[in-house]
Design a protein around this ligand. Sequence first.
Ligand code: PBG
Length: 308
Amino acid sequence: MVAETTLSPADFIAPLFITEGMGVKEEIASMKGYYRMSIDNAILEVEELWSLGIKCVLLFIKCSDELKDNKGTEALNPIGLMQRSIRAIKNALPEMVVMTDVALDPFSIYGHDGIVEGNEIVNDATVETLAQMSVSHAQAGADFVAPSDMMDGRIKAIRDALENNGYTKTGIMAYSAKYASCFYGPFRDALDSAPGFGDKKTYQMDYANRREAVKETLMDVEEGADIVMVKPAMAYLDIIREVKDSVAVPVSAYHVSGEYAMIKAAAQMGWLDENKAILESLTSIKRAGADLIATYFAKDAAKLLLNK
Ligand code: PBG
């Protein structure tokens, strides 16, 4: 009766990793119980998520090595894996909100989120590609594009490109305060997208910084973001609160792959009660101020909440 925070399946955004093929369901080594799936299996998964009250999926694709280059050419392919996945899922379940990852790393021979020149990840040329990529996702039927790249000025460029191409109803969920974090390690296994040289600190944020998160988020809102995001979540609960108190748009938080892996590993050892750890973690993220939580525990948590 006096609980200040309650979780519901509609709070969750379920990330999906999609790979080429038919009937494929491969467990990700560092993310026990989480899978890369071909489109046919992804559709079954989306139907199950919907039946549990989850209303949103966030798509990531695993690009084949031979299609990778420095410019993210494959990201713009109208019949690329991402574009086919969007169409297939929207076709199977039109009401499911489909969000798509916008960044070059899965398509990059360097595993970087942007175009590489010398040793530098170049901002402006990347922004142009991200804007085209967003239009291509909107064309395929995406409801929201979710730029996770952290280039400067990309939200405005994406908004303008969407408007100019008639996609006035496509939303933008901006990864606004995304930190250069070691907790993304398992995700990079999932997509085979670890940076080939250097790190991501020239575009992702320094985890020592708090005010910068507010500055970055306000810029994204000004540029046209409909939802802003803080990432990772549990080591950044103060940032989630700070951002929540600074903006009037919905705030999401990404409970990332390393946070998932930590709970899974400890539970596997018998050192933590997995179900309790899931609900406590997600409730604390919501209590901190997240309206939406992207989490690999979306399905498990929904089942726990529904006692299924
Ligand atoms: C890259 C991207 C990353 C994640 C989402 N998009 C990794 C990175 O920035 O290197 C991480 C998600 C997770 O760890 O669960 N654009």
